[in-house]
Design a protein around this ligand. Structure first.
Ligand SMILES: Cc1cc2nc3c(=O)[nH]c(=O)nc-3n(C[C@H](O)[C@H](O)[C@H](O)COP(=O)(O)OP(=O)(O)OC[C@H]3O[C@@H](n4cnc5c(N)ncnc54)[C@H](O)[C@@H]3O)c2cc1C
Length: 114
């Protein structure tokens, strides 16, 4: 199966979801690929005390759920899969998922963290 998007985002950590919030608010209808670690590194921790907007701190998984909900609010499509290959040689760019499915994207934001 194949699909197309104006903006593909790779990664579901704070960087990926932040990109999705901005891209979706800009009406780009982004498609975000979560990768294996859904929610990124902060899913592994308890108290996060240094994130703006949480004066009493927040648990890592709760923070990531809040970011996910905010990304979904403006029409982000979230796909639970890894990107295993990208062809940047031509436009639109071609992303190949672990499942073998293909996504064509006008732009790609890589937010794969560490
Ligand atoms: C135990 C622990 C506690 C921490 N506590 C704090 C804290 O209190 N405060 C703080 O500021 N920072 C903390 N950090 C650091 C913080 O987690 C990272 O700085 C932050 O998560 C980086 O965000 P990111 O979005 O760049 O990447 P990450 O959170 O690393 O997310 C990367 C994402 O990319 C995805 N990905 C990777 N490869 C692919 C691929 N091929 N296809 C699709 N997706 C892919 C992964 O699945 C993941 O979703 C902590 C880290 C750890 C491990």
């Amino acid at each position: 199966m194949e699909n197309t998007t104006q903006c593909a985002i790779i990664g579901s950590g704070p960087a990926g979801y932040t990109a999705a919030i901005y891209a979706s608010r800009a009406a780009l209808s982004p498609v975000l690929f979560t990768g294996v670690q859904v929610g990124g590194q902060l899913m592994q921790t308890t108290e996060v005390d240094n994130f703006p907007g949480y004066p009493t701190g927040v648990l890592g998984p709760q923070l990531m759920e809040d970011l996910r909900q905010q990304a979904l609010r403006f029409d982000t499509e979230i796909i639970q899969d890894d990107i295993v290959e990208i062809d940047f040689s031509d436009r639109p760019f071609r992303l190949i998922r672990h499942s073998g499915e293909i996504t064509w994207a006008d732009s790609i934001i890589i937010a794969t963290g560490a």
